[in-house]
Design a protein around this ligand. Structure first.
Ligand code: VGL
Ligand code: ZN
Length: 204
């Protein structure tokens, strides 16, 4: 058994004060730092959009954040511009320990398609290299933490379990956007149904 921790999108724009703030997003940092020491391998994902990305409401005149459009054949929720390449908002949160992060996988670079999962874009067309990276090192078990529970954490964990990794989400190390009330709870149910273990805290 070899275990990897995947830290999903712990970036300034997903924290209070950021462009797409997740309530209490910054609160995940201490637990994630503590967890890192317990893993053979630590990898991180980074939402990394060009400024003309198709998921940004501002790039669709007359549309608002929260509306759903069709982007190259896929339903796409429009977001405020966030995690634009090279900006402070796209940087990892100060205080997130990066010393043990062996590799960062960037996603959402193609303006024509969004990428919630750390493994593939939303159309499952292109891989980020995370699967190959983990499998080459013999990783069998994947633990997922970060932001946001109902988007990038959920889709990363669903891909992980479908790729054959024994997958656990440490809920205390995640926070949700909750665009609609109940999104976080529904995400947890969906993940459990897919065979993902939900660990409430560090110990339970
Ligand atoms: C995310 C919405 C848009 C996330 C990224 O990291 O959960 N959510 N881009
Ligand atoms: Zn994004």
């Amino acid at each position: 058994m070899k275990r990897a921790l995947i830290i999903v999108d712990v970036q300034n724009d997903f924290c209070p004060g950021g462009a797409l703030a997740v309530p209490e997003g910054d609160k995940v940092v201490p637990l994630i730092n503590e967890l890192q020491e317990k893993f053979d391998i630590v990898a991180a994902t980074q939402d990394w959009h060009p400024k003309d990305h198709g998921s940004f409401a501002g790039n669709h005149p007359g549309k608002n954040a929260g509306e759903i459009i069709v982007l190259n054949g896929l339903n796409q929720i429009l977001w405020p511009a966030h995690c634009v390449q090279g900006t402070k908002g796209a940087e990892f949160v100060d205080g997130l320990c990066m010393d043990r992060v062996a590799k960062v996988f960037q996603k959402g670079l193609d303006k024509g398609i969004d990428s919630y999962s750390g493994f593939f874009d939303n159309g499952h067309k292109k891989a980020t290299g995370l699967e190959e990276y983990l499998k080459k090192q013999g990783v069998t078990d994947v633990y997922v933490v970060g932001l946001a529970t109902d988007y990038c954490v959920k889709f990363t964990a669903l891909d992980a379990v479908n790729l054959g990794f024994k997958t656990t989400v440490v809920k205390a190390g995640c926070r949700a956007v909750n665009v609609n009330p109940g999104d976080a709870d529904n995400a947890v149910k969906e993940m459990e149904k897919a065979g993902i273990k939900i660990k409430k805290s560090r110990t339970s």
